[in-house]
Design a protein around this ligand. Structure first.
Ligand SMILES: [Zn+2]
Length: 261
């Protein structure tokens, strides 16, 4: 989706599109809205429903922390239709999102005019006019790198709703966990020989070695020990594949649990 339109969404529905707190990142936080512009109206309806659900939640419990509010974690096209994933969803919200997904079968993903679901090859919903232009490149590859920078800037500028008390608690917990982890496994070394989003953690005589990753993972450990949020780190380090850092930590913990048993 056009970046200016995404920016408008983030400003208009700040709680639904808020920045992640701690490690609750989703594909949205790396890729933004992964659909064409034509589903703009449907996405606005979804965001409105989520904002309403948050308002209702806060009416029932004014103390509810932002980590408990519904949050959009991904907006994409799947099997030709609009698919919106929401963390902390409710049954009402899920039903509303399913209904919007069903409606997307009749709305051109490119332009928003009435369309039909075309199941030739890659499934997609297009109006006759957009379908006739299907040979036109949908993506300006020459501008991809610049778009990536602009998108991350926009994503990074979204408001977050973490209270200082919540952040202090999360950072204290995370810092303690990481320090415990490092104290148990000894020095952490990272090999910079190849990049992969499936890092492997294994114990050696020298301590723990993280393989199949890059130096970003090593600096992640430094950042966490310094008490920085994982989400901030991931946004500031776009070269680290989504999920890689989280997987490293989970693998390290898994390994420790195995050793302890
Ligand atoms: Zn169209």
């Amino acid at each position: 989706m056009d970046l200016a339109k995404q920016q408008q969404f983030f400003a208009q529905y700040p709680r639904a599109f808020r920045r992640p707190i701690d490690a609750d990142t989703g594909p949205l936080d790396f890729w933004g809205i992964e659909t064409g512009d034509g589903w703009h109206t449907l996405i606005a309806k979804a965001a409105t429903a989520i904002e309403t659900a948050i308002t209702q939640l806060l009416a029932a419990n004014p103390e509810a922390e932002a980590t408990a509010w519904p949050r959009i974690s991904q907006i994409k096209e799947k099997f030709g239709l609009l698919r919106i994933h929401v963390a902390n969803t409710t049954s009402d919200l899920a039903a509303a999102l399913d209904a919007l997904s069903a409606q997307s079968a009749q709305i051109c993903e490119s332009c928003g005019q009435p369309g039909t679901l075309n199941k030739d090859g890659y499934w997609h919903v297009r109006c006759p006019e957009c379908a006739a232009r299907r040979d036109t490149p949908a993506c300006d590859f020459a501008r991809l790198a610049q778009v990536r920078i602009e998108r991350l800037t926009i994503l990074n500028a979204r408001p977050d709703f973490a209270t200082p008390a919540l952040l202090a608690r999360l950072h204290a917990t995370k810092r303690a966990e990481i320090l415990d982890l490092l104290a148990e496994v000894g020095p952490v070394m990272a090999r910079a020989d190849r990049a992969s989003d499936s890092p492997v953690v294994r114990g050696t005589e020298q301590g723990v070695v993280i393989e199949g990753t890059d130096m970003a993972v090593a600096s992640l450990f430094d950042a966490l020990i310094a008490g920085r949020s994982l989400a901030d780190f991931l946004v500031a380090n776009p070269d680290l594949a989504p999920g890689a850092a989280v997987r490293v930590l989970l693998r390290a913990r898994e390994m420790l649990a195995k050793e302890a048993s």
